[in-house]
Design a binder for this molecule. Structure first.
Ligand code: F6P
Length: 323
């Protein structure tokens, strides 16, 4: 394999730039030509490509976002769209692909591989940490730190006004950011999609706290939960108890930006190098992962049909500490 295309796809995540840098530099180290593909699968279909060298990735290690830009492409979900993308890759003599993104990006490369035989390796990059086969995805640590910083700030004002805050964090269908930021931020309750939440039990818990002279409380709500958004849950709680002065804060895309933490930079650097080395060793249809600090390669079929469960111990710890 001599010419490798690299792209980012789906929601951007802090640390994606560090992964691009690692792919480009490790590729050049192993005498490969690296081509940057802009705007994910959209740019692949349109042939938005650029040759990359060591200097093209200078000073991006510490930057949030993705220098290659990202997109969610409807056209690439069709066989016709993938054929167009493959023709562009062939025209540019690209004989291997490294894509940085979430499960949609992995699935896209898998289909391209099945239909056109193009070898690829996926690097998991998403703040949601919702991809099985890896303990961490690039961006999750930074996003969680951002959420914790925001929670700490909200706590100051909550305390000053004796208020109950519902803070909504991202995660799509996954409760990872919620559970970790909730433990780190000392939340009284953490509502995640992976668990049923009874509004009556929540109200009872809040009332119990009130009786014990707890003057303010923070509830962390993961978006995508069955009980509804933070706004809806706050409304339901208000209907059952007028005891609290209630406010809602939605952290939203704030969690997607910012300087990546050291953890995400190192993770991205390790995964980028591993992806180049993996392709060089003939690995394909796999995603790089990290387990107990070791880099592993997961076959698409082995991991993509199973959910990534929340660590049971995290749930237990959150409950013990929020009495
Ligand atoms: O997958 C990352 C993520 O930020 C999710 O947490 C969120 O649900 C979604 O992307 C938002 O997508 P968009 O930026 O397209 O609105």
């Amino acid at each position: 394999m001599n010419r490798i295309g690299v792209f980012t796809s789906g929601g951007d995540a802090p640390g994606m730039n560090a992964a691009i840098r690692a792919v480009v530099r490790a590729g050049i180290f192993y005498n490969k030509e690296i081509v940057g593909i802009y705007r994910g699968y959209e740019g692949m279909i349109e042939g938005d490509f650029e040759e990359m060298d060591v200097r093209s990735v200078a000073n991006i290690l510490q930057r949030g976002g993705t220098m290659l830009k990202s997109a969610r492409s409807k056209e690439f979900r069709t066989p016709e769209g993938r054929k167009k993308a493959f023709e562009q890759l062939k025209k540019h003599n690209i004989d291997g692909l490294i894509g940085i993104g979430g499960d949609g990006s992995f699935t896209g490369m898998h289909h391209l591989f099945l239909e056109h035989g193009l070898p690829y390796i996926c690097i998991p990059g998403t703040i949601d940490n919702d991809i099985p086969g890896t303990d961490y995805t690039i961006g999750y640590d930074t996003a969680t730190n951002t959420a914790v910083e925001a929670i700490d700030k909200i706590r100051d004002t909550a305390l000053s006004h004796n208020r109950l805050f519902f803070i909504e964090v991202m995660g799509r269908d996954s409760g990872y950011i919620a559970i970790s930021s909730g433990i780190a931020g000392g939340a009284v309750s953490i509502i995640i999609p992976e668990e049923e939440t009874s509004i009556d039990e929540l109200v009872e818990k809040l009332n119990r706290g009130g009786k014990k002279k707890k003057t303010s409380s923070l509830v962390i709500v993961a978006e995508g939960g069955k009980s509804g958004s933070a706004m809806e849950i706050a409304q339901k709680v208000k209907e059952k108890s007028s005891y609290f002065d209630t406010k809602v804060t939605i952290l939203g895309h704030l969690q997607r930006g910012g300087t990546p933490t050291y953890f995400d930079r190192v993770l991205a650097s390790k995964m980028g190098v591993a992806a180049i080395e993996g392709l060089d060793q003939g690995k394909t249809d796999v995603m790089v992962g990290i387990r107990h600090h070791d880099i592993i390669f997961n076959k698409f079929d082995d991991i993509m049909n199973q959910p990534k469960d929340i660590h049971k111990d995290d749930l237990r710890i959150a409950k013990i500490l929020s009495i």
